[in-house]
Design a protein around this ligand. Sequence first.
Ligand SMILES: Nc1ncnc2c1ncn2[C@@H]1O[C@H](COP(=O)(O)OP(=O)(O)OP(=O)(O)O)[C@@H](O)[C@H]1O
Ligand SMILES: [Mg+2]
Length: 113
Amino acid sequence: MKLIIAIIKPDRLEAVKQELYKTDVNLMTVNEVLGHGRQMGVTEVYRGVKEMGNLLRKIRLEIAVNEDFVEPTIKAILNGAQTGQIGDGKIFVMDLVECVRIRTEERGTTAIG
Ligand SMILES: Nc1ncnc2c1ncn2[C@@H]1O[C@H](COP(=O)(O)OP(=O)(O)OP(=O)(O)O)[C@@H](O)[C@H]1O
Ligand SMILES: [Mg+2]
């Protein structure tokens, strides 16, 4: 199992969601966050809303998936989020050691999806 965390532009969220649904990825957590990349938020200001100093509003998606879904999920995020402009975001992939569905106490690959 892997935990995929993606930081994307807020105006790409809807497109990323649609791409994920097409890929049969329907479970996700979404947060509004602040961040900056290597341009330190400076050259992106005219594209995004400048919130705190040089930090820009971004969306952080968390998606826990079984191994088979790792590459399809990455592709879906790329399809929905890539504009080719600076600040398009990043995808981080981490090993996930456990997942527990609280209602049923199912674990692991059964609980994840
Ligand atoms: N190394 C990192 N660690 C943590 N968060 C990051 C990192 N790189 C990017 N982010 C997050 O992703 C957001 C978007 O990053 P961004 O796309 O600007 O990355 P970049 O490396 O500057 O690439 P680009 O040159 O395409 O802009 C940032 O605002 C920040 O929230
Ligand atoms: Mg950047």
